[in-house]
Design a protein around this ligand. Structure first.
Ligand code: G3I
Length: 328
């Protein structure tokens, strides 16, 4: 019996029960007919790049705006895609009204609790996992926590435990993740993340997984051994790992070697996820270079970080990932 050739990343991932996701951009969906077609064809999972963050969902105190998120959920329903929620608490998504309100610690906690209950109630049954807290830890050389965060300064580090407990109370069905960058790459960040989540477990705080954001430069992407070992450090605590924001940047004028390194880095992510005890999701921070935060963020130095080019043509990195899925 001839077997039919796989047509998409999604089809191959489905065979392994692997979620392959992409961050979703509502403006691209509105303006660009190819965007939705390729997204639904190639991916089985979505995350909102911005519009499920605090300042987008609650732009004014007590007033919630779910319109953009609901449109994304309609799209995911139509195309049978899972949805990750991103993110309930992040120092970089404090609405102006909150920053300017000069609230007390007690009031800040009440606002946080209300936000979490309202948001999780709204998305009940439609979002399977949430990045409850994003980027709460310090980087190399800083303190253990990101102590410049408004949440940290107003509440203290206990905001983290509170957020997870309330999220679990609001919807016990949801998988709750702590999400951060460099966990896959920097030993100190991985150590701190492990200390944080282990201490949460010791305190009885509900947590189900850790998100490795996995924004990497192709030239110094982590080795398969290092990523696998770091995933293992969380799996051995009984926690899942998701790769939540994968992109692999290369110089804006790339050489053939840059493209090869990018393909190798993409292959690593898939191979590690497939071989791990519990790493069931690989989510990219976008999917076409046409819409990516990288050129802007790196002031033009880096680009081409995703698996389709600006014309939606597949790149070598996509082929490498599909090969990795076919081999196993
Ligand atoms: O929508 C407005 C537009 O109306 C306005 O004209 C324009 C002018 O600057 O800004 C637009 O909003 C921007 C928004 O992205 C949508 O494009 C914001 O300024 C900009 O700050 C925002 O950046 C996002 C950033 O998070 C901050 O929320 C990036 O798109 C998004 O990729 C990035 O994602 C983060 C993850 O959430 C957490 N991990 C790191 C990752 C990359 O920074």
């Amino acid at each position: 019996m001839p077997t039919s050739l796989p047509t998409s990343l999604r089809e191959l991932a489905d065979r392994h029960g692997l979620l392959v996701g992409a961050a979703y951009n509502p403006r691209a969906m509105d303006d660009d007919p190819l965007y939705g077609r390729v997204l639904a064809r190639e991916f089985n999972c979505l995350v909102a790049e911005n519009h499920m963050k605090f300042k987008y969902l609650q732009p004014r105190r007590g007033e919630f705006d779910f319109a953009a998120a609901d449109r994304m959920l309609d799209f995911s329903d139509r195309h049978g895609m899972a949805v990750r929620g991103h993110t309930l608490v992040w120092h970089n998504s404090i609405p102006d009204w909150l920053r300017q309100a000069n609230v007390s610690r007690r009031e800040a906690l009440d606002i946080l609790r209300d936000h979490i209950f309202t948001v999780l109630d709204h998305f009940r049954g439609r979002v399977f996992a949430w990045d409850v807290v994003n980027e709460a830890l310090g980087d190399t050389g800083d303190g253990f926590y990101r102590d410049t965060s408004w949440w940290h300064q107003t509440v203290g580090p206990e905001y983290i435990d509170h957020a997870f407990r309330w999220a679990h109370e609001a919807d016990p069905e949801i998988q709750l993740f702590y999400n951060d960058y460099d966990v896959e790459w920097v030993e100190l960040k991985c150590d701190r993340t492990r200390r944080l989540v282990e201490s949460m477990q010791e305190r009885g705080v509900p947590i189900h997984g850790v998100g490795f954001q996995y924004h990497t430069r192709a030239a110094d992407a982590p080795s398969p051994e290092d990523v696998a070992r770091r995933v293992g450090r969380f799996n051995e605590l009984g926690l899942a790992v998701h790769f939540t924001e994968l992109d692999i940047k290369i110089p804006s004028s790339p050489s053939a070697n840059d493209l090869r390194q990018q393909a190798a880095a993409g292959r690593t992510a898939i191979e590690v996820a497939l071989a791990a005890d519990n790493c069931p999701a690989v989510v990219f921070w976008g999917f076409t270079d046409k819409y990516s935060w990288i050129p802007n963020f790196t002031k033009g130095a880096y680009d081409h970080a995703l698996v389709f080019d600006r014309e939606y043509r597949p790149k070598p990195v996509l082929n490498a990932m599909m090969e990795a899925l076919q081999k196993r």
